[in-house]
Write a protein that binds this ligand. Structure first.
Ligand SMILES: C[S@@+](CC[C@H](N)C(=O)[O-])C[C@H]1O[C@@H](n2cnc3c(N)ncnc32)[C@H](O)[C@@H]1O
Length: 368
């Protein structure tokens, strides 16, 4: 993997609590998964034998979006096994704002926290990529991950005329599909080794659903096409170079239901052979909460001001990393501000049909 292609350095959610404050939709998604997580726990054999019950949130960002779900899950285990030591490990890439995770989990922010209220609970963090092994073999009871495993470990090549694989065609699209397939196998293979027998994975992934819909690409204005158009406009204006435009590609692949399921249902697949089985998969669309608000208040200025930070929280690092490091930092920051300002102006001037609906697969997996 080349230095240039490796993606770990340029994926970063905005820190200092910005991520959770700006991503209402991601929290709605995770809160909605709570019954699925509790059902998965009910299906597990949890014995109050003094042995550790280990849970993980992989690709946690600042931990704020999953805080309520995880608190409920850990309390659920505690109720079933009052004396069981619990461990909760938050994992993300090394540049993640882990300090913010600990502040949220231990109740140092205004967000209600579970850690101070659950006894015999040990909270940890890991900066190891989920494309690698994070935990020792047979040590993880419940693995959770939301809205993260679409991040591929490397960009398999450029995408002409677009910033995202949803706009890629032909061989370029196929290269991203192959990277997505190989990474998914690696993610699942690693988790298969880590899970205890009878352990569960709850994975909620951005996807392309049965109708071809994806994040920000449901109906109305397409978000990734807009990103591409506005970024290219900066190149057309000479604010960025064509080389910078071409260097900007989201390191992501959105898998469909078949691609998500394949390693788990094919007896010849190494993931299946490692013991992982698919219990459940479904797709759901969660409406963009900012658009729903706009439909109530009708104020386009307010909509644009509230909506753009959610896009910025997860996309800014990708556009930033497309810019030449020969530009002074201040200049790069100005270009990024100008880019998101242009998106905000666009929403303010044409609010109808704007929004970022979430489109996910929801998967429950167990290890035999
Ligand atoms: C869109 S955020 C989702 C955060 C949170 N799970 C949620 O649903 O609100 C994606 C997260 O995945 C993390 N991520 C991306 N690639 C990763 C990798 N290879 N290993 C671990 N985390 C990764 C990002 O750093 C980011 O925090």
């Amino acid at each position: 993997m080349t230095e240039k292609a490796n993606t770990a350095g340029d994926i970063r959610m905005k820190g200092s609590g910005y991520y959770s404050l700006a991503t209402t939709g991601a929290k709605i998604v995770i809160d909605g998964v709570t019954p699925m997580v509790l059902d998965a726990l009910d299906a597990m054999d949890i014995v109050d034998d003094g042995k550790v019950f280990a849970m993980a949130d992989m690709g946690c960002a600042d931990g704020g979006t999953s805080i309520d779900m995880i608190g409920k899950a850990l309390r659920h285990v505690r109720n079933r096994a009052p004396l069981k030591p619990l461990t909760m490990t938050y994992t993300d890439l090394p540049r993640n704002d882990f300090s913010q995770v600990f502040q949220i989990v231990h109740g140092l922010t205004e967000i209600p926290a579970y850690a101070p209220e659950i006894d015999n609970l040990f909270v940890f963090a890991s900066g190891t990529s989920f494309h690698q092994r994070i935990f020792p073999a047979n040590s993880l009871n419940l693995g959770f991950s939301a809205t993260a495993s679409h991040y591929i470990s490397e960009r398999p090549g450029p995408i002409s005329n677009h910033v995202h694989m949803v706009g890629a065609k032909g061989a370029e699209r196929a290269a991203y599909a192959e990277q997505g397939r190989a990474d998914w196998m690696r993610i699942l293979g690693n988790r298969a080794a880590e899970l205890v027998s009878g352990g569960r994975l709850i994975l909620v992934n951005f996807c392309r659903d049965e109708q071809g819909r994806y994040l920000g690409g449901t109906e109305g204005v397409n978000m990734f096409d807009t990103f591409d158009r506005l970024w290219r406009a900066l190149a057309d204006d000479g604010a960025i170079t064509m080389a910078e435009y071409e260097a900007t590609v989201f390191p992501q692949y959105y898998r469909d239901v078949e691609e998500c399921s394949a390693p788990l249902v094919d007896p010849n697949n190494p993931v299946y052979q490692a013991g992982l089985r698919l219990d459940h998969i479904e797709t759901k669309v969660i409406d963009c909460p900012y658009r729903l608000d706009y439909e109530k208040h009708g104020d386009a200025v307010k909509f644009a001001k509230e909506y753009i930070p959610t896009l910025r929280s997860w996309s800014e690092s990708v556009f930033f990393s497309g810019l030449s490091t020969e530009r002074p930092l201040e200049e790069r920051t100005d270009i990024i501000d100008r880019f998101y300002d242009s998106y905000e102006n666009f929403v303010r001037e044409s609010p109808e049909g704007q929004g970022m609906d979430y489109v996910h697969t929801y998967m429950v997996i167990h290890k035999v």
